[in-house]
Design a protein around this ligand. Structure first.
Ligand code: NAP
Length: 438
C-alpha cells in the first residue's frame, strides 16, 4: 500500500475535516499518515476559542475531532508555530502534502477617527478573551458604564452582544474562562446595541441565532418594528423565493413585536447606521453615525447624523489572516486557486476562502480540496522523512500531552457542574502537556 505523509497546519475544524476526508479516501491501495500542527498546546481552533460558551451544542463537533485523533495514523504537534518553530520549506521537503488550515485571526479595523480610544476593542480580542485563549487572558475589556455598542450585523457581533447582555449566572455552568466570568459578574453594562450599516434584509445573522433571542429570560430584546416593516416592503416578492431571507425577517419581526418583561438588561438590534467617529476625551463616550436609507437595494447615507452613548465599543466587522512567511497572501487570505497554493501545498477553511461560513461549511469545503489533493498525489510517496528532526522535541505537546490537559480541565469542571474549567496560562498548559516553552 502507498502511504502518503500529510502535514495539516492548524488544528481547527477545517484541519480536522481535512483529516477526516483524507481518511475517507484511503483504500487498499493508498493510505495517509497525518501530522497535525498547531501553535497552541490545545487543538480545536475556533471550536475552543471562538464558539460562544452558551452554545455548547456547537461544541459537540469535538466528538468527531476526538475520533480522528484516536486513529493510529494521527499525530498531534502542539505548541509548534509555522514560521517560528518550523518553516514551510521544511514541511514541503518532509511531506507529500502540506495543508494550511491556519484560519484568519486578526480583526478588521473600521478606519474611523477615535477607533484607538480606550474602551474600543475588536471582537477578535474579546471573543478569545472570554473563551480562555492563552494569548488573550490579559485583554481585560472594560465592562464599566452602562452602554455597549457592537458594530457589525453578523453572528460574531450577535455572540458579543448576547454575551454582554446575558445575566452572568446564565454563564456559570458553561466553560467560559474564569477570568471572564468574574468580569461579567462585575459588569455594569445594561444596555447593548448591535448596529448594522445596511438594512435588516442585508444582515449576515443566521436565523437560529436570531430565534434564540426572544428566549432570553432576563434580557429584553428590541428591534424597531418600522425597520422590519420597511425591510419587508423593500424586499417585496423576494421574501417568498429566498428562504434564508424570509426566515431572518420573520425572526426579526417576532423580536420587534415581542412583549418585554421589563428586565433591566436590554439588547437592541439597530440598522442603517454607518459609524463615522468614536467620540470621547480620554476614552469612548459616544459614537457618531450617519443615518442611511436603502435605494434600489443599495445603501446610501442621508444628511442625518445620530450620536449614541457608549462606554464600550466592540467592532465585529470580520477578520483577516496573519501572513505566513513563504506563502503568498492576497486580500487577507492565502492566495490559492480552488484550494491549491502550489505543487504539494493546499489551503482549507477561512485561510482559503476568507472569514465566512459556519463550522459545517468547512466539512464540504475540506472534502472538495481533498478530492483535488488525492487527484494530484505524486505517483510515489516520499518515503521516510523525519520532520521531528527539525523541531525541538521537548517543546512539543503531543496528543497524549493534550489528553492530559483535557482530563485536568474536565475534572476541574465536573466539580463545579461545568463541562470543563479551561487552563488559560501558557506555562500551566505546557507543564500539564509535558512540554517546555523553548
Ligand atoms: P460576517 O458574517 O461577514 O459579518 C460581518 C458584519 O460586519 C456584516 O454585517 C458587515 O456589513 C459588517 N461590516 C463590515 N465592515 C464594516 C464596516 N466598515 N462598518 C460597519 N459594518 C461593517 O462576519 P462575522 O460576524 O465575523 O462572522 C464570520 C463567519 O463566522 C460568518 O460566516 C458567521 O456566520 C460565522 N459564525 C457563525 C456563528 C454561529 O454559527 N453561531 C458564530 C460566529 C460566527 P456588510 O454586510 O454591510 O458588509
Amino acid at each position: 500500500m502507498k502511504r502518503y505523509k500529510v502535514a495539516i497546519i492548524g488544528a481547527g475544524p477545517a484541519g480536522y475535516f481535512t483529516a477526516q476526508a483524507l481518511n475517507n479516501s484511503a483504500d487498499a491501495e493508498r493510505g495517509f499518515q497525518i501530522d497535525m500542527f498547531d501553535r497552541l498546546p490545545t487543538p480545536w481552533g475556533l471550536v475552543r476559542s471562538g464558539v460562544a460558551p452558551d452554545h455548547p451544542k456547537i461544541r459537540t463537533v469535538t466528538k468527531v475531532f476526538e475520533k480522528i485523533a484516536a486513529e493510529p495514523n494521527y499525530r498531534y504537534f502542539g505548541n509548534v508555530e509555522l514560521g517560528r518553530d518550523i518553516q514551510i520549506a521544511d514541511l514541503e521537503r518532509a511531506y507529500d502534502v502540506v495543508v494550511l488550515a491556519t484560519g484568519t485571526s486578526l480583526g478588521k479595523k473600521l478606519g474611523i477617527p477615535g477607533e484607538e480610544l480606550p474602551g474600543v476593542i475588536s471582537a477578535a480580542d474579546f471573543v478569545p478573551w472570554y473563551n480562555g485563549h492563552p494569548d488573550y487572558a490579559s485583554v481585560n475589556p472594560p465592562l464599566e458604564g452602562k452602554y455597549a455598542i457592537v458594530i457589525g450585523a453578523g453572528n460574531v457581533a450577535m455572540d458579543c452582544g448576547r454575551m454582554l447582555a446575558l445575566v452572568p449566572h446564565e454563564l456559570s455552568s458553561t466553560d467560559i474562562a474564569d477570568h471572564a466570568l468574574e468580569v461579567f459578574h462585575a459588569s455594569s453594562i445594561r444596555d447593548v446595541t448591535i448596529v448594522g450599516r445596511r438594512g435588516p434584509e442585508h444582515a449576515a445573522f443566521t436565523s437560529p441565532e436570531l430565534r434564540e433571542l426572544p428566549k432570553l429570560e432576563e434580557t429584553d430584546v428590541f428591534i424597531r418594528p418600522e425597520q422590519i416593516a420597511d425591510a419587508i416592503s423593500r424586499v417585496g416578492a423576494r421574501i417568498e423565493s429566498e428562504k434564508d431571507l424570509r426566515s431572518n425577517l420573520e425572526a426579526m419581526k417576532e423580536i420587534a413585536h415581542a412583549e418585554h418583561r421589563g428586565n433591566e438588561r436590554k439588547l437592541s438590534l439597530a440598522f442603517l447606521l454607518t459609524p463615522l467617529e468614536v467620540l470621547g476625551s480620554d476614552r469612548v463616550e459616544r459614537v457618531k453615525f450617519a443615518v442611511n436609507r436603502v435605494e434600489n437595494d443599495k445603501v446610501v447615507s442621508t444628511d442625518e447624523i445620530v450620536e449614541l452613548p457608549c462606554d464600550l465599543l466592540i467592532t465585529a466587522i470580520g477578520y483577516k489572516g496573519l501572513e505566513i512567511p513563504g506563502v503568498p497572501n492576497e486580500r487577507g487570505r492565502i492566495a490559492n486557486v480552488d484550494g491549491k497554493v502550489r505543487e504539494g501545498v493546499y489551503v482549507v477553511g477561512w485561510a482559503k476562502r476568507g472569514p465566512s461560513g459556519v463550522i459545517g461549511t468547512n466539512k464540504s469545503d475540506s472534502s472538495e480540496v481533498v478530492k483535488r489533493i488525492v487527484a494530484e498525489l505524486p505517483a510515489t510517496p516520499k518515503g521516510v522523512g523525519a520532520i521531528d528532526a527539525h523541531i525541538n522535541s521537548e517543546k512539543i505537546v503531543t496528543h497524549d500531552g493534550w489528553s492530559a490537559i483535557n482530563s485536568v480541565e474536565i475534572s476541574a469542571g465536573e466539580a463545579l457542574g461545568r463541562p470543563r474549567r479551561k487552563v488559560v496560562s501558557w506555562s500551566e498548559l505546557l507543564s500539564l502537556g509535558g512540554a517546555k516553552s523553548t
